[in-house]
Design a protein around this ligand. Structure first.
Ligand SMILES: *Cc1c(COP(=O)(O)O)cnc(C)c1O
Length: 387
């Protein structure tokens, strides 16, 4: 058997970077204290605003999204503040961990992994305790492949600050921060935005600025006020940014704008449908059973015993050149996760499903070949293919 000649990165992130964005990364390093950089950061900031659905501030820092999340805690809160974290997976818990690391008083409203957030319990908990200052959650929970109802969450958060991690959804999923009443959103460069890892974005609305003015936790590198001053007054960042990544981001955002945000969203929605249908065809049950709550950017599926997710993922790389992810936490060996986010089309997903079928066949879990493709192709609307 010949080995793979091409690598396919099919994890939640980092994701495949398109050739134009790779090329942008080969340009010489430039100084950021120039009119050209000011123009560039102005453009990327405007385009990010559109993706977040906001007219308010978007700040870009050199860090992965977790850095921006740490900045959220530092800028919004004071020692001992009480916050509500609604969690139904690994990344929801990250907000709780961050809050605990800064000695905040974290009230968890937890649902089982793969179950929706309990918005009634969020609203009731806030109503019963006026001292809770903010409600935090995740839009696409990449540990389970669920998309949480951010609009409903913002409604449940009511008069408290509403903070959402959109790392695994920004650019691929509808976000209307201002209309929905979301005060803070975070995201990163390495998922739907098709840029290498290293830049993170924070949207800050007016209520969040007011809270930041009163908050007293120590902050420096991720200080929002310094970032806004540098951006507004000088068209730069307060510290040396990853200049090359900004150039790549600018190119990636240009490509996304050229495709059009509606089409980008529709493409991701289809990728999700194809991936889930293909998994079902292979006997791998998606963790999120309700199609309306399944994420367009990543699919997590149960691996039936005695199969091991680790073995499947390892063989997928070795035999097919396709990188998938295992589950996280307790589900590490029982779940595989397929990312279909960013520079991905239906044929990448179809190839991934076929590769998965070959590996499952080799492991004796599939007897007749062809069920992944048959199920996956049925999720693509055929009428559009006919003349
Ligand atoms: C990828 C991801 C993050 C960010 O993780 P980093 O390792 O800091 O990039 C945060 N939240 C969610 C839901 C994610 O999928």
């Amino acid at each position: 058997m010949t080995g793979p000649i091409r690598e396919r990165l099919m994890v939640g992130g980092p994701t495949t970077v398109p050739p134009e964005v790779v090329a942008a990364g080969t340009l010489p390093v430039r100084d950021e204290r120039t009119p050209a950089f000011a123009e560039l950061i102005g453009r990327t900031t405007d385009r990010l605003r559109a993706l977040f659905g906001t007219e308010h501030d978007v700040l870009t820092c050199t860090a992965s999204t977790t850095g921006a999340q740490e900045g959220v805690i530092q800028n919004l809160f004071s020692p001992g503040d009480r916050i509500l974290v609604a969690a139904n997976g690994f990344f929801g818990e990250r907000w709780a961990e961050l809050g605990a690391a800064y000695r905040l008083d974290v009230v968890g409203v937890r649902s089982a992994w793969g179950d929706p957030l309990d918005l009634d319990r969020v609203a009731a908990t806030l109503a019963a305790d006026p001292s809770i200052r903010a409600a935090l959650c995740v839009q696409v929970e990449s540990s389970t492949g669920m998309i949480n109802d951010v609009r409903g969450f913002a409604g449940a958060a009511g008069d408290r600050l509403c903070v959402v991690d959109a790392a695994a959804s920004l650019g691929a999923v509808e976000l209307r921060a201002d209309d929905w009443g979301v005060d803070v959103l975070v995201g990163g460069s390495q998922k739907a935005l098709m840029t290498p890892p290293g830049l993170a974005f924070t949207m800050v609305g007016p209520r969040a600025w007011a809270a930041a003015g009163r908050a007293t936790l120590p902050r420096f590198y991720f200080d929002w006020a310094r970032a806004r001053t540098a951006l507004v007054e000088a068209g730069r960042t307060p510290w040396t940014p990853a200049v090359g990544l900004f150039v790549q981001l600018d190119e990636a955002l240009r490509l996304l704008a050229r495709e059009g945000s509606d089409r980008v969203r529709e493409r991701h929605a289809e990728l999700g449908r194809v991936a889930r249908a293909g998994c079902r065809g292979l006997g791998l049950k998606p963790m999120v059973g309700d199609e309306a709550m399944a994420a367009p950017t990543i699919t997590a599926a149960w691996v039936p015993a005695p199969l091991s997710a680790r073995v499947i993922v390892d063989r997928m790389v070795a035999r097919q050149g396709i990188q998938l992810a295992t589950g996280v936490g307790d589900q590490q060996d029982a779940v595989i996760r397929i990312g279909h986010c960013g520079h991905v089309d239906r044929f990448d997903v179809l190839a991934t499903l076929d590769g998965l079928e070959l590996v499952l066949h080799e492991l004796g879990a599939v007897s007749v070949l062809g069920s992944a493709a048959a199920a996956a192709l049925s999720a693509i609307p055929h009428s559009e293919e006919r003349p």
